[in-house]
Design a protein around this ligand. Structure first.
Ligand code: SAH
Length: 251
């Protein structure tokens, strides 16, 4: 991994970044830098916007941080693997956790999918986006995962590119080594991994999933995992075998 600076605070900003540029700080960000991190004019942080890489930025302002002076690029923009994490939304804190973990694991898109036994049908997309940004800031991830609008399972499946691999995490699948199962899938163009709700998938949903082209029904071991655990486990396996943990370039 290229050596990144993990000590300096890292802030997401929604503005173009280039040497010599200046970025105005809104109230929230000014408050965060000045009152939460207790930084003042002259101190340096790192900023990124999901497009232009990571930059060193010096805080400026008379009484409180008012803007950032952008100096040198510290890391070029990277690209996440084409990996969508599709999931039945959970409630509150467990959803926050799941979104943060999916971002840490390198998912490039998050897609809430509504199934028959989904507990939370109203999903706060703004809150999910805030969790994506917070996880990226903390973990030094330079690309911001997209957050899709919640879609019913059948509609989401109908709109998918059928050339993508669908990794359907199914506790009802026959126990089989998941590493070998993923290795058998030759370099797909894009992967969607689906984890169901705490109540599992209904019979007709499972049947619909198994009718999709290029579906891998993946077993995550002999125990039933909670959905947030299944998320981390499935994403780790996929990243290790087919994604950007494998050291292979260009996937
Ligand atoms: N139907 C289950 C619970 C579902 S667990 C029950 O008996 O209550 C929530 C989701 O996590 C599942 O829909 C599945 O996508 C995933 N999952 C949990 N354990 C799994 C396993 N051992 N293998 C594959 N997927 C699993």
């Amino acid at each position: 991994m290229p050596l990144a600076d993990f000590r300096s605070p890292r802030l997401f900003v929604d503005a173009a970044l280039a040497a010599g540029g200046r970025v105005a700080l809104d109230r929230n960000r000014s408050n965060y830098l000045g009152n939460v991190l207790r930084l003042s004019a002259g101190e340096t942080i790192l900023v990124f916007n999901g497009r232009d890489g990571e930059w060193q930025a010096t805080i400026a302002g008379r009484k409180r941080p008012e803007h950032l002076e952008i100096s040198a690029q510290s890391r070029p923009q990277d690209r996440l693997p084409d990996l969508t994490y599709a999931f039945a939304p959970l409630k509150h804190a467990r959803l926050d956790y799941m979104v943060q973990k999916a971002v840490e694991m390198g998912a490039s898109a998050l897609q809430p999918v509504l199934t028959r036994f989904t507990q939370a049908t109203r999903v706060n997309s703004g809150r999910m986006r805030a969790n994506v940004i917070e996880a990226a800031e903390q973990c030094g991830i330079l690309s911001i995962a997209t957050v899709g609008e919640p879609a019913p399972l059948d509609r989401w499946l109908a709109g998918r590119d059928p050339g993508r691999l669908l990794v359907f995490c199914d506790e009802g699948a026959e126990l089989a080594n998941p590493v070998a199962a993923l290795q058998a899938e030759a370099a797909p163009h894009g992967i969607d991994v689906l984890v169901g709700p705490e109540g599992g998938f209904a019979g007709e949903e499972r049947a619909l999933l198994l009718r999709q082209p290029r579906t891998l029904r993946l077993s995550l071991g002999p125990r039933i995992l909670r959905a947030d655990t299944a998320a981390v486990t499935a994403l780790a396996l996929i990243q290790a075998v087919l994604g950007d943990w494998s050291g292979a370039k260009g996937r």
